[in-house]
Each structure stands twice: as C-alpha cells, then as structure tokens.
Design a protein around this ligand. Structure first.
Ligand code: SF4
Length: 138
C-alpha cells in the first residue's frame, strides 16, 4: 500500500484532516476508476443534493481511510479532488482558494495555487456539468 502523502506537510498527524468527515465530490471518472479496483459504488459513495455524489464516511472517516495504518487504501487512484486539496475553487468569487478548514493551508504557496488552479476549475465544471445533465455517478 502506498503511504499517504499529504500535498502539504502539516499538522495532520493523528487523523488526516481532509479524510475526516470528508465531503469530497466524485466525478463519473473517479467512480469508474475506483470500481475498476474491485469496490462497489454503493459502498463508498453517497448522493447528496442536486445530483452531486460524495465519498461515504464510516464513523466519521472516509470509507477509504485506514485508521490503523493511517493510509488511504486507494491513494494512487484517489478522487481527483483529493489530489488537489486543500486547493479548492470558489465558484462565487471565480478563483482558487485554500480551504480555510485545512490546518496546513498556510503551507501552500501562491505558485502552487497558480499551477493547478486550471485543473481545479475544470474539475468543478465537470462536476457541475455531470450533475446538471443527469451524468453524475449516483
Ligand atoms: S479517498 Fe483517500 S485521500 Fe481521499 S478522502 Fe478518502 S482516504 Fe482521504
């Protein structure tokens, strides 16, 4: 199993903050990639609202997080949003921001935000398009 590596070295040593009470939204591609590993979407995904689908939490922790090893069970195939976190897209302000809930947010440089913002924006557009066109995975 691949060790969990936070994008930004920080203070989440006991339980990875971003894997606790996760609200990570999933694209169709995320779900198909994870199912190809042998998981069933009914187990790891929940429908929230307006056609958006999120990772399921079990006892407050992401379905894929292993509290014993403190590793993500699908690290190399984790959802695209997990790869970009804590950089998220503020659709109202139309810009990438650092999630204020991330305790390591201050370690992310402006350069890092600038480098991946277009990917984060594209991800949000994909999620919105899938939800609006009945193409979401749940
Ligand atoms: S899929 Fe992995 S990285 Fe993403 S929230 Fe779950 S445990 Fe964390």
């Amino acid at each position: 199993m691949t060790p969990f590596i936070c994008n930004h070295d920080g203070s989440c040593e006991e339980v990875r903050f971003c894997c606790t009470e996760t609200e990570m939204t999933l694209t169709r591609e995320d779900v198909e990639r994870i199912e190809a590993l042998g998981y069933n979407r009914k187990d790891f995904m929940v429908r929230v609202n307006a056609g958006f689908c999120e990772l399921r939490n079990v006892n407050g922790i992401c379905f894929f997080y292993d509290p014993k090893t403190k590793l993500c069970r699908i690290y190399e195939n984790r959802p695209e949003g997990c790869k970009y976190y804590p950089i998220i897209y503020d659709a109202r302000k139309r810009k990438c921001i650092i999630d204020k809930d991330c305790p390591s947010g201050e370690t992310v440089s402006r350069e890092e935000i600038r480098k991946i913002c277009h990917k984060v924006r594209r991800l949000v557009e994909t999620l919105q398009w899938e939800a609006a066109h009945g193409e979401s995975p749940c």
